[in-house]
Design a protein around this ligand. Structure first.
Ligand SMILES: [Zn+2]
Length: 209
C-alpha cells in the first residue's frame, strides 16, 4: 500500500524501535514507509534524524535508483534488528550480547562525525561543543539510524521492550510507564480494538447465558 498519504508512526517511545515500526499494518494493508528511496527520505524527515537541507540536497543530487538501494539496505538492517529485538526483549542486555551487534559496529566505523565549537548564549563561556555529521554519500543516510539503534541497545532496558498485544499488530515499543503496565502500541489503535472485542464477548456471553 502507498505510504505517502499516511504519516509514519512514532509511538514506541524510543527512536530505534520507531524505526522497526516503519513497516506496519495500521488498518488492513501493510504499509512500508521506507519501501523506496523517497520513502526513506520522508521517514528520516518525520523522525527529525537528518537536517532538512541535507535531505533536499540528496533528493536533488542523488539518482532515485541509488536512494532506492540505500532504502533496501535500511530495510535489511531493520529486519535483522527486528530479529535481535524479538529474541532479546523481556530481559536486560549484557556484554555477552555484544558479539551479535557487530553489524551495527561495522556501519558505525564508517560514520563521519566531527566536533565543532559554536556560539551558545546559555553557556557560561558563550561557547559550546557540538557534534555534526558529514553526509558525503547516499549511504551516509543510514548513519543516524544505526546511531539510534546503537543507543537503544546501550541505554534502553530490554526488560520493558514489548510487542503490542493486539492479535494482528506487529508494533513494538519501550514501556516507560510507571509500573510497566503498557500493553498497546496506542489506545487509539489496538487498545480500543481490544475494548470493543471484550465488550462484544461480554454481550455474547450475556445472550447465551
Ligand atoms: Zn498494536
Amino acid at each position: 500500500m502507498d505510504y505517502r498519504p499516511i504519516p509514519a508512526m512514532f509511538l514506541a517511545d524510543a527512536l530505534g524501535i520507531d524505526f522497526l515500526n516503519s513497516i506496519a499494518t495500521p488498518v488492513d494493508e501493510p504499509v512500508d514507509w521506507i519501501g523506496d528511496g523517497e520513502g526513506l527520505l520522508s521517514w528520516l524527515e518525520q523522525a527529525s534524524l537528518v537536517p532538512v537541507d541535507v535531505l533536499a540536497h540528496m533528493r536533488s543530487q542523488i539518482r532515485p535508483a541509488e536512494l532506492d538501494e540505500v532504502a533496501a539496505k535500511a530495510r535489511g538492517l531493520r529486519e535483522w534488528f527486528r530479529a535481535f529485538v524479538q529474541k532479546n526483549k523481556g530481559r536486560p542486555l549484557t556484554a555477552r550480547d555484544l558479539s551479535e551487534l557487530e553489524p551495527l559496529n561495522s556501519v558505525l566505523r564508517r560514520d563521519e562525525r566531527y566536533g565543532s565549537i559554536a556560539a551558545n548564549a546559555e553557556s557560561a563561556s558563550g561557547l559550546t561543543f557540538t557534534m555534526q555529521r558529514r553526509y558525503s554519500s547516499a549511504e551516509s543516510l543510514l548513519m543516524p539510524i544505526v546511531e539510534a539503534l546503537a543507543k537503544l541497545v546501550c541505554e534502553e532496558d530490554f526488560t520493558y521492550v514489548k510487542a503490542c498485544e493486539g492479535p494482528k499488530c506487529t508494533l513494538l515499543f519501550a514501556d516507560h510507564t510507571r509500573g510497566h503496565a503498557r500493553r498497546w502500541c496506542s489506545m487509539a489503535i489496538c487498545g480500543n480494538r481490544a475494548k470493543v472485542a471484550a465488550h462484544r464477548a461480554r454481550l455474547r456471553e450475556g445472550k447465551s447465558g
